[in-house]
Design a protein around this ligand. Sequence first.
Ligand code: ADP
Ligand code: MG
Length: 267
Amino acid sequence: MAKVIAIANQKGGVGKTTTCVNLAASLAATRKRVILVDLDPQGNATMGSGVDKHAVEHSTYDLLVHGTPVLNVMVAAAEGDYSVVPANGDLTAAEVELVGVDNRERRLRDALEEVDGLCDYVLIDCPPSLNLLTLNALVAAEGVIIAMQCEYYALEGLSALIDTISRVAGAVNPELKIEGILRTMYDPRNSLTNDVSTQLHQHFAGKVYRTVIPRNVRLAEAPSHGVPVMYYDRYSRGSKAYMALAGEIIRRDEGGPPTAAADGIVT
Ligand code: ADP
Ligand code: MG
């Protein structure tokens, strides 16, 4: 059975796409079968996986609006042993075109049934808003990874997302839960980072990943080469951090104890 995880935060620029691409590659490197679903019309996860968003035959738009089977939409990432359900600007029309369609918030969930036995993880890269696309992700998912920067307004934004998650869980998807809270672009020298971290641990004990993703320029450079960071600079701190995160997620799923990960990136 595939575990479907949405990577969400209605705030933009917090590291959702970076997490989706690099976690997909890292899980795949441990021999997990992974499908990345790009649900952002910007198509950054698609391009970051080395797939030309303008050249794809089908995209998540076709999957959601025309019911094109996921296996017909899926393509291989250029590097990294995972598949990509690509997105491009067409997806902006999906919200409008789905108005009036029955069960429009279940389109992705229904589409993913087809790959349930064919992969271990489905990672969904959500757009930076709480719209119908994100709703489709939350209805399809079993867990949500909340990517966040430890800055002043971060916690405020979190309550709207958590509220949405509980409403979706109450109304349509009772199995939905917060899978984990991931601190991105982490800078331990910043005292605000430490304050926000402390508050996160107080409010969400057990949900905050021990692995943190440091601010690392390699992570920002890799997408321009169309590869996950491990294929650009595998010894970078960013690459090690995402491998550590994959390890932590797998250990949680397989019920093992949380062990120390790579140097300096575990709090
Ligand atoms: P989102 O998908 O939430 O909008 P992105 O993953 O696209 O966020 O990240 C926003 C920007 O920050 C991108 O330019 C990305 O390359 C960069 N970035 C993301 N994570 C890191 C990091 N840990 N260190 C340095 N730059 C990062
Ligand atoms: Mg993004």
